[in-house]
Design a protein around this ligand. Structure first.
Ligand code: ATP
Length: 314
């Protein structure tokens, strides 16, 4: 048994549509999820005994059993006993509570890493089942790329790669949004308009904003993709945080393509056709909003999820 280092990419939402309620209490969703090259780095190593130890270089990330990566390790120990304990180290690069699935991708990395470290030979389907027990975004984070996600977000269909595009991300460091708060507030405000039964939900899926977006993705058309971006949660998050609304507006106006808020926010992004355009958008944004609290990243859309760190590829 040897240690493994893994790269755990963040995701952005190109689409987040809330269709209705599910019998399990969650929301029925249509999402288009996209991996980007902003990523955490996770190291796992075997230790004697059965203990799980976790450390993270970010003070706001819990290092106890509430960390999603810890929960992933515990789930693997319960399902595959007898392989001993492990130490998990997380180098956090993805901002916290940002709508970028930071915790979910760390958990996905632990699943993939333990499959390798314990030589389990799990299939993608096995990994998917384990991931779905940890959270709705975790299954996507395993294989990543570009995918349509239905149900709670765990029913995945791969889509055409968009790895020719770039995304400029911006987030106020001091601001984070709780995902449960965003969905709960949306339900309180807009629940009366939800599609009520499975056939009404199916009709809404077939006629909703995913239709033009999926066509644009199939054609790898950056402009059409940007014009079809859609996120229902903007209605609650941007109303509650006018500063984020202004940031979204400023950023989207800088891009020839356009932009949106990712997931439950408060990260906003603008798409760009190439690296030069992306760099230009980022520097113009930093000039226009010279706020020390504002973080800006230039990222590339990528066609994969969890992978071995370059230093670890055999
Ligand atoms: P999503 O886009 O999936 O809703 P997010 O990016 O908005 O997720 P996270 O960064 O995953 O949110 O963190 C949400 C909360 O989860 C944080 O407040 C943090 O305390 C907790 N958490 C648990 N494990 C982790 C982890 N490995 N990394 C970051 N946060 C974690």
């Amino acid at each position: 048994m040897r240690p493994y280092r893994l790269i755990a990419p963040a995701k952005i939402n190109l689409l987040l549509e809330i269709i209705g309620n599910r019998p399990d209490g969650y929301h029925e969703l249509v999402m288009v999820l996209q991996s980007i090259d902003l990523a955490d780095e996770i190291e796992i190593k075997p230790v004697s005994g059965d203990r799980i130890a976790l450390q993270c270089d970010h003070p706001q990330v819990p290092s106890d059993e509430t960390n999603l990566a810890y929960r992933a390790a515990k789930l693997m120990q319960e399902n595959f006993p007898g392989h001993g304990g492990l130490e998990i180290s997380i180098q956090k690069r993805i901002p916290i509570g940002a709508g970028l699935a930071g915790g979910s991708t760390d958990a996905a990395a632990v699943l993939v890493g333990l499959d390798l470290m314990w030589s389990l030979g799990l299939t993608q389907e096995d990994l998917h089942c384990l991931a779905a027990k940890l959270g709705s975004d975790v299954p996507f984070c395993i294989a990543g790329g570009t995918a349509l996600a239905l149900g709670r977000g765990e029913e995945l269909s791969p889509l055409t790669d968009l790895d020719q595009l770039y995304a400029v991300l911006a987030k106020y460091r001091s601001l984070s949004v709780s995902t449960p708060w965003a969905y709960q507030t949306y339900r309180e405000k807009f629940g009366h308009a939800y599609a009520q039964d499975p056939s009404a939900q199916e009709a809404r899926r077939r006629t909703g904003p995913s239709v033009p977006l999926l066509s644009a993705i199939a054609h790898r058309n950056g402009l059409a993709i940007a014009q079809a971006l859609h996120n229902d949660l903007e209605k609650v998050v941007l109303t509650a945080h006018p500063k984020v609304a202004q940031l979204r507006e400023t950023l989207a106006n800088k891009s020839a393509l356009g932009g949106m808020m990712s997931g439950s926010g408060p990260t906003v992004f603008a798409l760009a056709d190439n690296s030069q355009d992306a760099q230009q958008i980022a520097s113009q944004l930093s000039q226009e909003l010279p706020d020390p609290d504002l973080d800006v990243w230039v990222t590339k859309l990528i066609a994969h999820g969890i992978h071995l760190a370059p230093t670890d590829e055999g």
